[in-house]
Design a binder for this molecule. Structure first.
Ligand code: NIG
Ligand code: FE
Length: 411
């Protein structure tokens, strides 16, 4: 069965003519076709003006009239921590009353609060949390979602989180990509001997993570109060030996050299970058590391926003993601993330769209197959009930999604 969307007011292809990225000034071009049409089965078969679509009608083609609507590639949310247990609404309220994220973390709250809840949670409970958030993310336009472990912080709990992610990968309609993040925080039992925890991650977790086969990436929280450059580098190099690709949470709390490490190691992405300066950006750009910005986290934690303008003018590959997690950003809604990016990081609507589709795919090494509406790519397509893509950012705080297909299957 094929699907033909016709009379699309605003068809946003994000075409890069087969390339994996659109940097610098080309981020301002979203390849819009006004009054467009698109034909697909599992993959995109044809794109063009609606006036030329009648030759594609047929018995095996379902025709959908998209008059007055906008069609875009599904968002690729390349950075989330959507599988967890418990709630941190009380800590959120404490932060509103003046306590800082780092103070709460240093007292054994923050990530460790979620760790305690995860250690108590069984597999089914973890799957249920992830399933509900994935469904909501898909309903808000995300068709591919990366999910990290990192709230178990012992061998068994980290593997259980990844097991839940693997089950969601197989069972959920959205595409799910798994990341191992055993080095998200040092658990309390290793508080005085963090090196022993690093050894546990390297010698016990990584081989089992590899054997389990769910994770494609390894991520580390390289920041003040979490993992040092030396510890992070040891973990990431070991992860690479196990065939995982590398990501880093960098420059969120302080500048300790995490971006430079990401560049040196050739990480696929460096994420956060709230405190990155020109110098860090130059290193990331030079090494082709995707700069994944998480404006929902800067918003929630009242951090400075990353310098997206400097990144784009230097020609860095800028991506946007939610960071959806119970602590620093509890939102799975990429439409909101685009609004935050445009209003608070001075990105144009077009730049935000490229960053949240094609460059999200690039941050997962999937831009060859996902992230734009181009012939041959997977048909991950979202229809919005607005006459122009601009309205998705302009008319904010509501969900504009009208329909979606993942790999040609209607959601
Ligand atoms: O990306 N920065 C580190 N990790 C998460 C926060 C996790 C949490 O607070 O639970 C983040 O912001
Ligand atoms: Fe994160």
């Amino acid at each position: 069965m094929k699907t033909l969307l016709i009379n699309i007011n605003s068809l946003v292809t994000v075409s890069a003519n087969g390339a994996a990225t659109k940097t610098g000034a080309s981020m301002r071009d979203v390849g819009e076709i006004v009054d467009g049409a698109v034909l697909f089965d599992e993959r995109i078969l044809w794109i063009g003006p609606s006036s030329e679509s009648s030759e594609y009608h047929g018995d095996d083609v379902e025709v959908v009239d998209c008059k007055g609507k906008t069609v875009m590639p599904g968002f690729v949310d390349s950075h989330t921590h959507m599988v967890f247990a418990g709630s941190r609404s009380d800590e959120f309220a404490r932060r509103l009353a003046g306590e800082s994220y780092s103070d709460i973390a240093a007292e054994g709250g923050g990530i460790l609060t979620t760790m305690r809840a995860v250690r108590e949670a069984d597999l089914e409970a973890l799957i249920n949390v992830g399933d509900a958030l994935l469904t909501s993310a898909l309903e808000h336009g995300s068709t591919t979602i990366e999910i990290k472990s990192g709230y178990g912080l012992d061998v068994e709990s980290e593997l259980r989180l990844l097991d839940a992610i693997g089950q969601l990968q197989r069972g959920h309609e959205a595409r799910v990509i798994g990341t191992f993040m055993g080095a998200h925080a040092v658990p309390p039992e290793y508080k005085t001997e963090p090196e022993r925890y690093v050894n546990l991650v390297i010698n016990e977790m990584l081989p089992k993570v590899k054997e389990q086969g769910v994770a494609s990436f390894c991520d580390v929280f390289t920041d003040a109060g979490f993992f040092t450059i030396e510890q992070s580098e040891r973990i990431l190099l070991a992860a690479r030996e196990h065939g995982l690709r590398l990501k880093v949470h960098a420059d969120e709390i302080a500048l300790i050299g995490a971006s430079h490490m990401a560049a040196r190691l050739g990480c696929i992405s460096a994420d956060h970058l709230e405190h990155s300066t020109r110098d860090e950006i130059r290193a990331l750009r030079g090494a082709g590391v995707v700069c994944t910005l998480l404006p929902g986290t800067a918003y929630t934690l009242r951090l400075p926003y990353p310098d997206a303008r400097e990144m784009i003018s230097q020609g860095a590959i800028v991506a946007l993601a939610t960071d959806c997690n119970p602590g620093s950003c509890f939102s799975e809604n990429m439409q909101t993330i685009l609004s935050l990016a445009c209003i608070n990081m001075n990105m144009s609507i077009e730049e935000a769209i490229v960053a949240s589709t094609l460059h999200g795919a690039a941050a997962l090494g999937l831009a060859e197959h996902l992230g734009s509406i181009e012939v041959g790519k997977f048909a991950d397509i979202v229809v919005y009930d607005v006459p122009s893509y601009k309205n998705i950012v302009y008319h904010f705080g509501v969900n504009h999604v009208w329909g979606a297909w993942v790999g040609g299957n209607e959601m």
